[in-house]
Design a protein around this ligand. Structure first.
Ligand code: ZN
Ligand code: ZN
Length: 490
């Protein structure tokens, strides 16, 4: 009916006009006409206004989704040293140049080059059954004929130590359930079984290791990840197996039967290759030498497309710069995006950035990393000097007032793997917190693909990162710093 259509259309037009009035003055400053005294530069918007504009624009344009679709569908897996990693570096540089950023460049570093190869795992006794498995990143291979041995099961390093001599000559299965948690606490608690487990088992004479996948969804998916061999201990092959296969092995062992498994892994580590962190700036208007860092990691595991880990963090950083530039929101200080290489199997990108910029870390006033997926943003983890979390919470309150769910800020012991090396210079560190309840459903699997991400939640994540970067770069007083020299990362 025409009348009802009109009654809807008029308020819509008014709303659009109001929105344009809100956005227009700073975004498109009027050019001075001849003979006219130029108007003084428009005052920057209040933080409350900036939060509304940033969030509105992020949701309306959905630019992060477009970027992430390219990264995941057209480039896909990008483990350090792979052609996908090279393509991702080239793509990110091109995106940043196209979006008009300054100081766009790659900072080269050497990265490990591990490749997967054949992986065949099977129960051979008491019955013959296949086991769905994936080599753990950086694992050594088995001999070509594989390793066949009895499986011994444990769920902690303490329980493993108690097994003593019985471990000799066996395949150790670390069989521990990873519970889902909004903050990913289950993964944090069990991560050591995968990374250190192979060396702890080898110390006692084990010949190989299987790890129950650190995942939170029974979809018979193996979850890869990285291991770190300890010095002075034999390096033995290691693979992640699915929860379903771990439970089957458990049932046989619990019934008192001897379980034998055959493992064939063809993975190997090739010589290091050159790669790069990608860096770009949105220069500050008053103190361009002072920097607020934002970022995520550009590399991903080889099995999936690295959408939740960490394509989401990468596009949040890229889109933060684009949004702020498009909105004409130029803060006092420079905002710098760093897309780190090699978080997954070496963490060399984060260390390389901190080392290359060690003489200017005192001018890095904060660093924000997003590496927990793209679930609903909840706020920020804060690792900085006394009072910093309160200051971040006060800023995040503007986000909450604008309708965002990212209004919280809490003291944390860890903010992000790639930014952790900046602790050496006392840089205040922030981690963007997401609802990670389902992050570990797909994390490090072949199912880490774009469809696992909700476009609206991704846009909300961009808004949270973009606003916090803007607010920290605009605030007259920087956050209290950490004591310098406090890096935990070796
Ligand atoms: Zn990650
Ligand atoms: Zn990861």
């Amino acid at each position: 009916m025409p009348t009802s259509r009109a009654s809807v259309a008029v308020p819509t037009v008014v709303a659009i006009a109001a929105l344009i009035a809100l956005v227009a003055p700073a975004a498109f400053p009027a050019a001075a006409r001849p003979n006219e005294v130029p108007a003084p530069p428009a005052a920057p918007p209040t933080l409350a206004q900036a939060a509304v504009r940033i969030r509105g624009e992020s949701i309306a344009t959905g630019g992060a989704w477009t970027k992430l679709a390219w990264l995941t569908d057209r480039i896909g897996p990008r483990l350090s040293g792979s052609p996908g990693a090279d393509a991702a570096v080239a793509w990110a540089l091109q995106e940043l140049r196209r979006d008009g950023m300054t100081n766009v460049h790659g900072e080269t570093l050497m990265v490990p080059h591990w490749v997967r190869g054949e992986e065949t795992v099977a129960i051979v006794a008491p019955v013959a059954r296949p086991v769905v498995a994936a080599a753990i990143g950086m694992s050594v291979p088995t001999p070509p004929e594989g390793i066949t041995a009895e499986v011994i099961e444990t769920d902690s390093f303490e329980a493993l130590a108690a097994l003593g001599d019985r471990v000799k000559g066996t395949i150790v299965l670390f069989n521990k359930v990873t519970p889902a948690h909004i903050d990913g606490a289950g993964y944090g608690a069990n991560g050591g079984l995968r990374s250190r487990g192979p060396s702890e088992a080898a110390r006692l004479g084990a010949v190989a290791v299987l790890v129950r996948s650190l995942g939170t969804l029974r979809a018979r998916l193996p979850h890869t990840g990285s291991l770190r061999y300890l010095d002075g201990v034999p390096q033995i092959p290691a693979a992640a197996i699915t929860e379903e296969d771990a439970e089957r092995i458990h049932r046989f062992i619990a019934a008192g039967e001897t379980v034998r498994v055959r493992i064939v892994l063809g993975c190997r580590t090739l010589p290091d290759v050159e790669s790069a962190n990608v860096v770009a700036d949105l220069p500050g208007r008053e103190r361009p030498s002072e920097i607020v860092l934002i970022g995520g990691h550009l590399d991903s595991w080889d099995l999936g497309d690295g959408a939740v880990d960490d394509g989401a963090g990468v596009v949040a950083a890229l889109e933060t710069l684009r949004l702020l530039k498009q909105l004409g929101l130029t803060p006092r200080r420079t905002i710098r995006a760093v897309l780190y290489m090699n978080e997954e199997n070496g963490s060399r990108g984060g260390r390389a950035y901190a080392a290359a910029h060690k003489d200017e870390l005192d001018r890095h006033v904060a660093a924000i990393e997003s590496d927990s997926g793209a679930g609903r943003p909840l706020g920020f983890r804060v690792l900085a000097g006394p009072g910093a979390a309160d200051a971040v919470r006060a800023l995040a309150a503007h986000l909450a007032a604008a309708g965002s769910s990212a209004g919280a800020a809490d003291v944390a012991e860890h903010a992000g793997v790639d930014i952790d090396p900046l602790r050496i210079g006392g840089v205040p560190l922030l981690g963007l917190r997401q609802d990670s309840t389902h992050y570990f459903d797909w994390h490090h699997t072949m199912a880490d693909t774009l469809d696992k991400i909700d476009p609206r939640e991704l846009a909300e994540n961009v808004a949270a990162m973009a606003f916090m970067a803007y607010a920290l770069a605009e605030s007259p007083e920087p956050l209290p710093r950490l004591p310098a020299g406090a890096s935990k990362t070796p």
